[in-house]
Design a protein around this ligand. Sequence first.
Ligand SMILES: CC(C)(COP(=O)(O)OP(=O)(O)OC[C@H]1O[C@@H](n2cnc3c(N)ncnc32)[C@H](O)[C@@H]1OP(=O)(O)O)[C@@H](O)C(=O)NCCC(=O)NCCS
Length: 127
Amino acid sequence: MTAARNRIEHSRTRITKLVFPQDTNPIGTLYGGTALQWMDEVAFLTATRYARQQVVTVSMDRVDFKVPIPQGAIIELIGEVTRVGRTSMTIQVRILLEDAMVGTQELAIEGHLVMVAVDQAMNPVAL
Ligand SMILES: CC(C)(COP(=O)(O)OP(=O)(O)OC[C@H]1O[C@@H](n2cnc3c(N)ncnc32)[C@H](O)[C@@H]1OP(=O)(O)O)[C@@H](O)C(=O)NCCC(=O)NCCS
């Protein structure tokens, strides 16, 4: 495995969550704004692990909500580096909805976030 591939492998981040009532909208499914917050958190962790520098979110690209996620569901968020630029990285974030009784997972939400490595003065720095 190349060093670059190895770095991407080691930065991959998975978080498992239970969807509580306070995470849902009035129809009892995961609130979109909550999902976006969780996606930003996973992207931040993934980018930090890759860069080992301070990172900030500069862009949240198209996010597709494919399947509603009900209250009580087990979900898994997965962040993965899909592009590395000079100072920025694109992180693909997927949210998988798990069937707790069977163990299968389906893709429920997917999006791409661009994170930039910055110094203390908030200037972009090379990765
Ligand atoms: C992130 C920030 C420092 C970048 O500053 P900037 O003046 O745009 O810097 P640059 O033009 O040199 O761009 C830096 C990198 O970001 C990328 N970038 C900038 N704006 C972007 C956008 N809207 N979408 C995607 N990538 C973008 C550039 O392509 C460049 O990537 P590269 O070095 O890999 O080629 C600045 O935009 C900022 O402070 N934004 C606010 C961040 C923030 O508060 N986030 C929320 C809290 S985490």
